[in-house]
Ligand binder design. Structure first.
Ligand code: NAD
Ligand code: WQD
Length: 342
């Protein structure tokens, strides 16, 4: 079995494409499977330009088990990173079946085929959303998960549990769930980044589109939270730092260093940042003024969540390196590049 081979589902997407770049840089041979439901081939071109390597790409839906089986038949890899999922929280509330079907079926197909084809290692994209409105901050991996407040969040909790049960029942399989906090920014080359379709839900793409004049004004959702400046606190993690965490997790499994068959790690910076601080950081980093106003709270937002990253620091030997303003410069450079192409 090719220990250097990695199957990356959802590898044309935002986090997947950055991870593929880091994997290639670390000497891994990558096969990407994506159905372009939330991405397009431009990220594959970006990966090729950055790395000088065109990864193998198969356009397929991970919910189509026979199409996915072809990939397991034809390519040799010991590890899988499973990014493929839908991720819009609000849409998942409106269309829960779509989310349960895509996120759970794709995941089950992947793990069942891994078992059948004896491919031992999987990294699963989980989310800080599993913590919900935590009572004690920062959250550690032992902080009890709260009942999910959206079908999207529920798919992450369910997939974590399914993974734990499947690897526990099969001593050939090992799994690592990475709970990402708020990924932001883009590759420093500005050749890959986040490509939201329609009106962005997330803060940073909304900011960059406002600065670019695509959106008129950023609404800051609430300034009356019980936080130092009244806006919500989050843990914004640079996309390249996040991508590196996947390489470290794969290394750990390939080198047989995992102590347990199933491990969970928080991937964040460990520092809370408010919405106002993020906006000001963006203005400072890019030397511009943003049009913003305070608006009502957004339904479903938690007041604050940030990571205790001790486990990732000590066990994975990983920590976030890039500072917030550098990250916000990459976000803006990427937005400018996207606009230039249009
Ligand atoms: P993204 O939408 O940019 O990437 C997901 C990719 O998966 C897309 O390219 C999409 O086309 C593909 N895809 C979706 N369903 C598929 C299917 N059935 N078969 C094949 N391809 C499929 O999203 P992202 O931000 O890169 O997120 C990647 C993963 O990380 C997701 O599982 C997401 O839930 C998780 N996550 C994201 C965030 C975030 O804020 N971006 C935070 C925590 C966790
Ligand atoms: C960040 C802060 C908003 C937009 C979401 C998902 C979570 C995870 C990451 C996948 C909040 C405020 C936002 C705007 C604003 N994804 N905001 N104006 O909600 O922390 O997390 O993405 O797993 O599951 O829920 O991220 O970027 O939407 O918001 O004031 O136009 O910015 O209120 O405080 P969130 P976000």
């Amino acid at each position: 079995m090719n220990k250097k081979g990695v199957l990356v589902t959802g590898g044309a997407g935002y986090i997947g494409s950055h991870t593929v770049v880091e994997l290639i840089g670390a000497g891994y041979e990558v096969v990407i499977v994506d159905n372009f439901s939330n991405s397009d081939a431009s990220s594959l071109d970006g990966i090729a330009k950055i790395t000088g390597t065109k990864p193998i790409f198969v356009e397929a839906d991970c919910c189509d088990k026979e199409a996915l089986r072809e990939v397991f038949e034809h390519y040799d890899f010991s590890s899988v990173i499973h990014f493929a999922a839908y991720k819009a929280v609000g849409e998942s509330v409106a269309e829960p079946a779509k989310y349960y079907r895509n996120n759970l079926l794709s995941f089950l197909n992947v793990v069942e085929l891994m078992k059948e084809y004896h491919r031992p290692n999987i990294v699963f994209s989980s989310s800080a959303t599993v913590y919900g409105d935590a009572e004690v901050l920062p959250v550690t991996e032992l902080t009890p998960r709260k009942p999910a407040t959206s079908p999207y969040g529920n798919t992450k909790q369910m997939a974590e549990d399914i993974l734990r049960d499947i690897v526990s029942a099969n001593n050939e399989l090992r799994g690592i769930a990475l709970r990402y906090f708020n990924p932001i920014g883009a590759h420093p080359s500005a050749l890959i980044g986040e490509l939201p379709r329609g009106v962005p839900n997330n803060l940073v793409p909304y900011i960059t589109q406002t600065a670019a004049g695509v959106r008129e004004c950023l609404s800051i959702f609430g300034d009356d939270y019980p936080t130092p400046d009244g806006s919500c606190l989050r843990d914004y993690i640079d996309i390249v730092d996040l991508a590196r965490a996947h390489v470290v997790a794969i290394n750990r499994m390939v080198e047989g260093k995992s102590e347990e068959c199933y491990e969970v790690f928080n991937i964040g910076t460990g520092s809370p940042v408010s919405v106002f601080e993020l906006v000001q950081g963006f203005e400072r980093a890019n030397n511009l003024k943003l049009n913003y106003k305070v608006a009502a709270r957004r339904a479903g937002d938690v007041t604050a969540v940030w990571a205790d990253t001790t486990r990732a620091n000590e066990i994975l030997g990983w920590c976030a390196e890039r500072n917030l303003e550098d990250t916000l410069r990459t976000a803006w450079a990427w937005e400018c590049n996207v606009r230039k192409e249009k």
